[in-house]
Design a protein around this ligand. Structure first.
Ligand SMILES: N[C@@H](CCC(=O)N[C@@H](CS)C(=O)NCC(=O)O)C(=O)O
Length: 233
């Protein structure tokens, strides 16, 4: 039996991107099944494969797993290099991954992932601004800690790890909405957009024509959106 990763619509499903990217980096051979959001049969299709009624879900000959981080952990059982090899770094990687998995609710709701959105003008709440600040602190500290590592490849712990996958949707959120970014945030965001596997997800999402109106945050701000990106605040 070929392993299957059930995903939500690639343009919008931030949870789905994470295990998909990790599976790609692990070199797994798997089938992708996208269950589009907000269709008359969406709920039924997700419930048919997912005990929690949510995607992503991984199914192979041994197991069915229905949570993005649990799926990533399962992959790491087979490919341990998906976490840093150093136990201290591995603990830190797990801490920031768990923080991303369980936190940042304001950022999630106000800057929903939308691959096809580009620097849309939005007004962030204080809570969302604080979420962004916290992400900046995490990224900056971890990238600075790698600055003396000759083998660092631009990822949070040098080589790609599950921690990077957890933050991949943030790189897309930062592309979708015009919010201030520090130099280290820009550099780490660029790291994703230069990655061939990440680029494949972007391409798939861009080629998809499904628009889910409730997830099109900031689309009415046409005046702001007409300003050239470099002139935006
Ligand atoms: N904690 C879960 C969250 C998964 C989740 O919220 N999935 C959303 C899509 S990104 C979903 O399936 N929504 C469909 C629904 O709620 O009907 C995980 O990490 O996988």
């Amino acid at each position: 039996m070929k392993s299957v990763l059930y995903l939500g619509t690639k343009n919008y499903s931030s949870w789905s991107l994470r295990p998909w990217l990790v599976a790609k980096k692990a070199g797994f051979d798997f089938e992708e099944v996208v269950i589009d959001f907000d269709q008359p049969d969406t709920k039924q299709k997700i419930q048919a494969v997912s005990p929690s009624g949510k995607v992503p879900v991984w199914v192979d000959e041994h197991v069915r797993i229905w949570d993005s981080l649990a799926i990533c952990e399962y992959f790491a059982e087979q490919v341990p290099s998906l976490w840093p090899s150093d136990p201290i770094q591995r603990a830190q990687a797990r801490a920031v991954s768990a923080e991303m998995h369980s936190g940042f609710p304001a950022l999630r709701s106000e800057m929903g992932m939308n691959v096809r959105a580009y620097l849309r003008g939005i007004e962030l709440s204080e809570a969302a601004k604080n979420d962004l600040k916290r992400i900046e602190v995490i990224w900056t500290a971890l990238l600075e800690a790698q600055s003396n590592n000759p083998n660092a490849e631009g990822w949070l712990f040098g080589r790609f790890s599950i921690a990077d996958a957890m933050f991949a949707p943030v790189a897309i959120r930062l592309n979708g909405y015009a919010v201030p970014m520090s130099a280290s945030m820009k550099a780490y965001q660029a790291q994703f957009y230069a990655d061939p596997d990440f680029q494949q997800w972007i391409k798939d999402a861009e080629e998809d024509t499904l628009i889910v109106p409730r997830l099109e945050i900031g689309q009415d701000n046409e005046e702001y959106n007409a300003i050239q990106p470099n002139d935006k605040a």
